[in-house]
Design a protein around this ligand. Structure first.
Ligand SMILES: Nc1ncnc2c1ncn2[C@@H]1O[C@H](COP(=O)(O)OP(=O)(O)O)[C@@H](O)[C@H]1O
Ligand SMILES: [Mg+2]
Length: 349
């Protein structure tokens, strides 16, 4: 999707991805190297003016090994902070951005201590390498301590109070090296089994949008951030609690391709290249539905019905994001009706 955005800006993109069926192949040349292959990264850097990433588990050491003469945006420091959930939460706390209460857990005794301090229900997460809800467990009572420790205790963990949030939202923004930013309206997100299912935008009151934008502003200022960033938040009454941030274009911003004046992908490229940032306003009431695990058997029916279908061309696998569908409506009622119809069409086969 970044590569497609590059085309409309007349920017040529080249990619690095070890997978033989990498979706990026539709948009340009793919160098097939592992993400930690410094020689592969060097070959890419030699052929490009600057490097960016849209995958969070790129080893920071590998891209730092490229040296100071290779421009990499977003800055690797942002990646380092985002890759470790404990470091990330400490950063939020140090910046005065509220988070769920949390506790570092490196032993069975610390797990019990965390439960004692945070209470139940509690969620534990591996500090590194988790995504789409993987590497997480909910604990409902002390009876769950042993099983939780058995299954996740071999890695460093963070324990968090389980928040009974009203809603989940994300705030997505683009920032240039000179500090100019453009921020999208809040997106409301529904997850199932830890995986993003549905996004709706624009969401939230003006006050909530302003509060989220303030948190994002503090964060990007601290990181000296360049590119698109997403901050995931829990809404509890009028309060926002930061869950995590992603130093990249984000699934909850996929609606911007058809649903905003400028997509997050185009604005990411504009930000890292120092071009004028595009208008982030929504063009209607927008919804995005992820295609998880299986692809619609009759994709033509969706297109005929006026939905925008994106096929990543990936092999189906349970829990895997294979594509997404976006709809743009004139008002909330129409959006909700068309979203229900879409979800029905996706279920009916
Ligand atoms: N402390 C928490 N309280 C309540 N729900 C949570 C908490 N942490 C995570 N979740 C739920 O699990 C989802 C995935 O967790 P997250 O920390 O965002 O990890 P991932 O990297 O897998 O997206 C969240 O979007 C939210 O729905
Ligand atoms: Mg998340």
């Amino acid at each position: 999707m970044l590569g497609f955005a590059g085309r409309s800006l007349d920017i040529e993109c080249m990619f690095l991805d070890p997978s033989p069926d990498a979706p990026a192949g539709k948009a340009g040349t793919v160098l097939r190297y592992a993400f930690d292959d410094v020689l592969g990264l060097r070959e890419l850097a030699d052929q490009c003016e600057l490097l960016t990433y849209e995958f969070e588990n790129v080893p920071v050491a590998a891209i730092e090994a490229l040296g100071a003469d290779t421009t990499i945006y977003p800055p690797p420091a942002a990646l380092r902070n985002a890759q470790d959930r404990l470091v990330e939460k400490n950063l939020f706390r140090s910046l005065g951005i509220p988070t769920p209460d949390y506790h570092s857990v490196d032993s069975r005794a610390e797990l019990a201590e965390a439960a004692h301090r945070l209470g139940y229900p509690m969620v534990i997460k591996t500090r590194r390498h988790g995504y789409d809800g993987k590497g997480q467990m909910a604990l409902l009572s002390p009876d769950d301590l042993d099983a939780a420790w058995q299954s996740l205790g071999s890695a460093p963990l963070i324990a968090e109070r389980m928040i009974r949030f009203d809603r989940e939202v994300s705030i997505i923004g683009a920032r240039r090296a000179d500090g100019v930013t453009a921020i999208y309206p809040l997106t409301e997100n529904v997850h199932r089994d830890g995986i993003l299912r549905t996004s709706r935008a624009p969401a939230g009151s003006p006050a909530l949008n302003a509060l989220a934008a303030r948190h994002l502003d503090v964060l990007v200022g601290e990181l000296g951030y360049v590119g698109v960033i997403a901050l995931e938040l829990f809404v509890v009454g009028d309060e926002l609690l930061a869950n995590e941030f992603a130093p990249r274009v984000h699934n909850s911003g996929h609606w911007t391709i058809e649903g905003a004046r400028t997509s997050q992908f185009e604005n990411h490229l504009r930000a890292i290249l120092g071009l004028p940032l595009g208008d982030t306003a929504a063009v209607g009431q927008v919804a995005m539905e992820n295609l998880i695990g299986r692809f619609p058997r009759n994709p033509g029916a969706l297109t005929t019905a006026g939905y925008y279908l994106h096929d990543y061309g990936k092999e189906p696998r349970p829990g895997r994001k294979l594509g997404h569908v976006t709809l743009v409506a004139g008002d909330v009622e129409t959006r909700e009706r068309r979203l229900r119809a879409l979800q029905q069409m996706l279920q009916d086969h």
